[in-house]
Design a protein around this ligand. Sequence first.
Ligand code: G3H
Length: 541
Amino acid sequence: MVTTDQLRALFPDEAELEVYAPPSPIDQRDILLDGELKRWTGATVPVRSAICVRKPDGALEQINLGSYPTTGIPEAMEALAAAVEAYDDGRGEWPTMAVAQRIDCMQEFTRLMIESRSTIVNLIMWEIGKSLTDSEKEFDRTVEFMRATIAALKELDNSNSRFLVVEGTIGQIRRTPLGVVLCMGPYNYPLNETFATLIPAMIMGNTVVFKPPTFGVLLFKPLLEAFQKAFPPGVINTVYGSGEKIVPVLLESGKINVLTLIGSSRVADHLKKMHPKVNRLRAILGLDAKNAAIVLPDADMSLAVKECVAGALSFNGQRCTALKMLIVHRDIINDFVSRLVAEVQKLKIGMPWEKGVTITPLPDLGKVEHMTRLVEDAKLKGARILNKGGGTACGTLFAPAVIYPVKENMRLYREEQFGPIVPVMSFNDVETALEYVITSEHGQQVSIFSENPETIGKLVDPLVNQVCRVNVNCQCQRGPDVFPFTGRKDSAEGTLSVTDALRSFSIRSMIAAKQTEDSKRILDKIVRDHDSNFINTGFIF
Ligand code: G3H
C-alpha cells in the first residue's frame, strides 16, 4: 500500500538534486517572427517542472525550469501578418517553391533537430514528467515520422509528375497548399503530436503560426534556431501566452485558413465559430476520447489484463488513446479485477529517470486535484478504490486508482480522466457494452478481448461504424504512424497518418488545356525550360 510519505520520499531531496542534473533554468525570450529571433523584453510566464524537490522541512516544490514570453494580441497579430506575408496569397517563395526544394529545407531542419536530441529529450522529461525512455521514444518516433513524411511526399509528387489526357483535355494535377495554418499541439506529446500536424502543414507549402502547448514550451527553444536556419522568413512564426486571449483574435481575423489543434472538442468547437467565414476554414483536429475495453468471458485473461494495464496507465494514462473505461463481463469480473489490481500494484511509481518506472509526476498540481475530485465523486456515489493506496496523492504524484463499480451517475462514467485512474464496470449482455460505445460523445477507438472468432466478428461489424479503430486483443494506440489516426463524433476531424496528413494540409489543383498543337507546344516548352514549378515532369529521387 502506498502512503503519502512514501510518495513524498520518491521526489529528490533538495541537497541531492544536482545528482539528477536538472536543466539550468532557461529564460526563453526569443520569438521567431518573419525569420528573425526577436528578443522579448516584456513579462514572462514561469515554467515549473512536473518534478518537485523535497525541502529540508519535507515540503515539496516544483522545480524552476525558467520562463517564456507572455506575448499578447499585438504580438499574435504580428506573427499572423508574417505568415500572411510569407504566403502572399499563394505567390510567396515557400508556396511556389519546387517540392524538391521544400524537401531539402525539411531535411536540413531534421538534421539540425537531431543535433539537439539530448537537450530536447531532457526537456520533455523535466517539463512534463515523461519517463526518460518514453521521452527518447517520442523524439525518435518524431524524426522517423519526419523521414516517412518526406518519403511519402516524394512518392506523391512523383506520381503526379505527368500529364493526363482525357477527352481531349490535357491536365496535370498536383496537391497545393491551403494558406496560413494555426498550429497548436498538446502537452502529453508536446513534440510528436505537434509535429504530426506542423511538419505536413509546412512541407505542403503552407505558412504557420505556431503556439506551443501549455506544458512543454522550453523544449522548442533549440528548434527555434533550426526553424530559422532551415526555412525562408515567415514560414513559421511563434506565439506564446494565453491561448484563450490570442487564439480567438487570430481566428476572428479571417486570415487563418487551417486550424489544427490537438485538444478539447469544447475549445475546437468554440474556435471554429470565431472565423468570419467558417466555410473557408479547414480544421484538422485531434480531440477528446474515452476509449473502452470490452472484455468478454472467453478472453485470454492474462493478455487482457496486461493490455488493459498498459492501455490505461502508460504515461500515467495521459494519452488520448488510453483505455479510459474497462467494461468486463460479469462472469469474469472478480477474477479480472483481482488480477488487474495485482498488476497495477506492481507498477513502479517514481521519477522519470528511474529504470522501469511507469507512474511519474503529473505536470501540475491542478491535474492531481482533478484526479482526486474524480475519485471522490465516484466514492461518494458508491464506487470503491480496489487497490490499496490507490488515489493517494503527494505533490505532483498520484498513485493509480482502480475504481469499481463505475456507474452512469458518476463523472468517471463519461468524463475523460486523462490521468492514472482505471474505471471498471461490468456487463451481463454484450448489448450493454455496445450501448456504452454508441451513446458516448466520443468515437476514437475501442479494444475487444475474446478468443472466439465468431464473437469478435459479430462485435467488430457494429463497432467499426462507431469508432475508427477496433483493436482485437490489444490496447488502443495511434501507431504505427502510417495507419489512419482519426475519430468520429467529438474525437476528431480530419485524418492524420503519414500520407493522410499530406492530404489534410493541401488541396488538389490542376492545369488544364485543350489537346491542340498549340497547347502541346506551350506545355512542352514550359517543361523543357523549367518555366514552372507546378507544371513539370521531373522525378524527385
Ligand atoms: O495522445 C494521443 C497520442 O497520439 C497517442 O499516441 O497511442 O502512440 O500513445 P500513442
